[in-house]
Design a binder for this molecule. Sequence first.
Ligand code: ARG
Length: 457
Amino acid sequence: MSKLWGGRFELETDVEVEKFSASMNIDRRLWSVDIKASMAHARMLGEQAIISPADAAQLIAGLNSLHEDLTTGRLELDSTAEDIHSDIEKKLAEKLGPVAGKLHTARSRNDQVATDSRLYLRGEVLSLIEEIKALQEYFLASAKIHTQTVLPGFTHLQHAQPVSLAHHLLAYFWMLQRDRERLEQSLPRINSLPLGSAALAGTGFNLDRQAVAAELGFDKVTENSLDAVSDRDFVVEFLSNGSLIMMHLSRLSEELILWSTPEFAFVQLGDEVTTGSSIMPQKKNPDVAELIRGRVGRLYGSLMGALTMLKGLPLSYNRDLQEDKVFLFDGLDTVRASVRLMLIMLEKATWKAESMAKSLRGDFSNATDLADDLVTKGLPFRQAHEVIGKIVNHCIKTGLPLEDITLPALKGFSPLFDEKSLGLLPHVAVMKARTSEGGTAPSAVLAQIAKAELALG
Ligand code: ARG
């Protein structure tokens, strides 16, 4: 195709070079924001009398109709174009003739690509925020149902102390809350308009960059034209935020994978979200969770890729920067799909309260409370720890669940035990006793739920 920059060249570009340098198949998704940014630019050029009002009106009408054509499929993007900006300009020229050439007054593709990327990312981040919110709503709603459902809380993947399922699920709510806050806090840094940098140094044309920013919904214009065309911090920041989201989802995935094994059986995943085996008829595999866990590597890889691509780049624009979209778009798609699929998977999951309760039996996760009992009766914690250790050892040797021990047996280890001590042993009681702020007792979890509701807004 004809180039935007062919004039000074005598020979055709080598076909391999064309293929190597084209970005059309990566940046084609920017078509809509590219047209919108062009409309704002054209309107400003007209209002500032840089081009005539009639020319501006023609450009805007042409861009509008081009947007319509591409939306309805009347026109298709040209996969052989150098990039999306070239293709849009060429299509506009086919519609309008030479006047289309006035659109590129006082702008460069360097400004365009930075502007388009920011506009596109802004829309994606806003949608992602909503999808994360939907996932948080799942956790909040499930927590309300499960404040009394008890399961082992783990440290080192060993039974530690019983917690409620509500408490466990809300842990993910707060991870996602931080993720959402980070995305929200990144918006002002994304939402700064580079258009008008005119490749690198600004322009002598009397631009009104503020007007363009206002039309496109940017909070401000970039302060420095050199920085504006070479800054991709917003890409790195998104990929960093996305990496944290994926890391959180992968931890949750790991628990779903583990918990859906027959050894745990704390959760049953739905048929709709699991897959079978071509050889083993009994299999039901948690592939979605595994894929989410596996795709974290793509985010980390993209983050490293973007940081490495930027390292050591001199000012201002360099073609290296074109690679940013490979990382950004793959990162965006991966995070959005993973958040969405996680919600679908959870909505089809059944929490197995009975198995959770069964797994607590004889697990000694009630031992701490028996030690605390002696402490409240005046024994130093070190000695209490020792006494309970001996009781646990005795129970292990005789195959006796701690919650089934009798008072005379307890008294054999310490005269300080009394009737009340036995009441401390049921796992539900242990969970309910953890009433400190941020703890697992239903009273504390209800307060936590109130905070979560406030956080969701
Ligand atoms: N496709 C390019 C990119 O994504 C657009 C800017 C090209 N500018 C240039 N001077 N070659 O970065």
